[in-house]
Design a binder for this molecule. Structure first.
Ligand code: RRO
Length: 315
């Protein structure tokens, strides 16, 4: 099986990316991970101003499950432009990079996008509409009007591929997917972490400094797969599957559910080279299989979207 894929007219050497928040801006992991062996990565979410993030501890492990409340710690727009993108431009040739954007208002996203769109070194934006850790604010992804306003504003300002990252706890996910597609998204990333609480019974308090956080790891895979399959039933846009991918088999499941690319997140914390291993194991699997290309797998296990039909007036 050929691992190389083309999405939005861009060549990816394989469909495995590192998820936002797990690899900084690339540089932070470059001593331990061969980023150039991957399909690419999504940066930590960038905000207009630098953010120090939430009080420690920001991450806790509960067996294979992880909970985090990093609180959007990042260097802010100006330093991403002056330090982070120059590193990416100088060091990377094959890995494809998406810059993740996060804001508290629609205008925040648009200002970020305008501040970065003229820069080189990345192919597109992932609009993080689903951060669960921004001081109790309802994520944009759970307010489809607001999510659509962010995407439509971004669409009017950039011709680059725009991904909308949605939430796992959206009871109306199919509608949200339709709304962000209508607003001009080119792809949909499913899913962010699931809001949760981890307590230390002995100390009688939360494990995380911020109290609650976002749960991730293998426990999220069933939710992520269902979200991808649900989205696949209503849209033909490329989907990026993320949530609980630890092994090559997990990545295959996401492809079969309808993902066109996959992202590895929490598994990289336990083993920074997890994504490289997954690429390697997919290659091995591919040599034995009769499948010619990744695209032959995408959505093969679920129903394809119905073609849009026009309803006659009065129906
Ligand atoms: O920084 C975070 O605490 C964070 C973000 Br922006 C996100 O989108 N998802 C998450 O689990 N943590």
């Amino acid at each position: 099986m050929k691992l190389a894929v083309e999405r939005w007219g861009v060549a990816f050497q394989n469909p495995v990316l590192l998820a936002a928040g797990t690899c900084g801006f690339g540089e932070e992991l470059s001593d331990v991970v061969d980023l150039e062996a991957l399909g690419g990565f999504v940066t930590k979410s960038v905000t207009l101003e630098p953010r120090r993030g939430n009080p420690a501890p920001r991450v806790a492990e509960i067996g294979p499950t992880m909970i985090n409340s990093v609180g959007l710690a990042n260097p802010g727009l100006a330093r991403v432009r002056s330090e982070k993108l120059p590193w990416i431009r100088a060091q990377l040739r094959r890995a494809r990079v998406f810059v993740s954007l996060a804001g508290r208002t629609v205008e925040d996203y648009l200002e970020l996008l305008e501040g970065l769109d003229g820069e080189e070194g990345f192919i597109g934006f992932e609009l993080n509409l689903s951060c669960p850790n921004d001081r109790g604010r309802r994520p944009f992804a759970l307010d489809p009007d607001a999510a659509a306003r962010v995407v439509a504003g971004a669409r009017a300002r950039s011709e680059r591929p725009l991904l909308a990252k949605l939430a796992p706890n959206d009871p109306e996910l199919a509608d949200t997917v339709r709304r962000v597609e209508e607003a001009g998204a080119d792809g949909i990333t499913l899913v962010n972490t699931l809001p949760g609480l981890a307590l230390d019974a002995a100390r009688g308090k939360p494990l995380l400094g911020a109290g609650q956080g976002g749960v991730s790891g293998p426990a999220l895979r069933g939710l992520g797969l269902l979200a991808v399959a649900t989205a696949r039933s209503v849209t033909a846009l490329p989907l990026l599957g993320v949530g609980g991918i630890v092994r090559a088999e997990d990545a295959l499941e996401y492809l079969l559910a309808g993902a066109s690319l996959v992202q590895v997140g929490t598994a990289s914390f336990a083993d920074p080279r997890a994504a490289e291993r997954i690429v390697h194991d997919l290659e091995r699997w591919g040599r034995r299989s009769r499948v010619a290309s990744v695209d032959d797998l995408v959505g093969a296990a679920v129903a394809r979207p119905e073609p849009l039909t026009t309803t006659a007036a009065g129906d």
